[in-house]
Design a protein around this ligand. Structure first.
Ligand code: SF4
Length: 267
């Protein structure tokens, strides 16, 4: 992975009454990218967390999580000000239907980052990604980060999952090898597929899966038979990929907002 610059807030060591004292870093996370958003050029950061938690037991270990955040504005402020476009693009779920609770993961990661708790990949390298399962874009659209970062992680990882709403943009086309196209309508699912993407469609309860779609097996309607860690199907489109596309009924806190979002479309 190319240059991730050091967060100016922290140092490895500092003077303490004439003695060098080691600073305590949060080893569970690492800054993988700091720079300009690929969407609008604003300052963003991508941080991976979960590096040590559960790593001793692959059966129960969690996927590594990756957080794409504005580096200069707390996540809730960014959403309120509309500055989250830098990291979410034109995702329609920004209008109240987003399933990510900002005052949990994103806020904690942002605050730790701003206090200089995380080291960067320039400091620690990428060995921690080897043979791990990684979720690309636990919050934020992976397309906001240069594609080379995700390809470097994927080259080391055992598996990954990821989704982007930026699938229409030609400049993000390479990401179809790693990510699913996030879509809301059958028409968009077909369009994304015609552009070489596999699709993941969130749909309304009265909409049936399309013939070429399977219901996500981790969902309630899919019987909660597995987890993304074991399923691993949402990892983009390989060349000549004949695997299924996936769909799930809108659920969770944002389902009412999603219904409002879709009503003009389904009427
Ligand atoms: S289809 Fe599999 S990888 Fe995709 S969201 Fe569902 S459980 Fe996760």
């Amino acid at each position: 992975v190319e240059s991730a610059t050091r967060n100016g807030n922290h140092e490895d060591d500092h003077e303490d009454n004439g003695r060098q004292r080691r600073r305590h870093f949060n080893e569970n996370g690492v800054v993988c990218f700091e720079g300009d958003s690929e969407i609008d050029g604003a300052p963003i950061v991508m941080i991976t967390t979960g590096i040590h938690r559960g790593s001793s037991n692959r059966k129960t270990s969690f996927m590594l999580q990756t957080w794409v955040l504005r580096s200069d504005i707390p996540p809730s402020d960014a959403r309120r000000l509309g500055a989250d476009r830098s990291i979410c693009g034109d995702c329609p779920l920004r209008e109240g239907a987003c399933y990510v609770t900002l005052h949990h993961g994103p806020r904690a990661v942002f605050e730790a980052y701003r206090s200089g708790s995380y080291r960067t990949i320039n400091d620690v390298g990428l060995r921690w990604a080897s043979r791990r399962a990684i979720r690309f874009g636990s919050y934020g659209d992976p397309a906001a980060v240069p594609a080379r970062i995700w390809f470097e992680l994927a080259a080391r990882a055992e598996s990954w999952t990821g989704y982007t709403h930026e699938w229409r943009a030609q400049r993000h086309r390479s990401l179809r090898r790693l990510l699913m196209a996030s879509v809301e309508t059958p028409a968009d699912a077909l369009l994304a597929q015609s552009m070489g993407w596999r699709s993941f469609r969130i749909r309304l309860p009265n909409e049936a899966p399309l013939p070429y779609e399977s219901v996500c097996p981790a969902s309630h309607e899919g019987g909660e038979r597995t987890t993304c860690f074991d399923c691993r199907q949402c990892d983009g489109a390989r060349p000549y990929d004949l695997r299924r596309h996936y769909t799930v009924i809108a659920h969770g806190a944002g389902r009412s907002a999603y219904r409002r979002l879709r009503l003009p479309v389904v009427e």
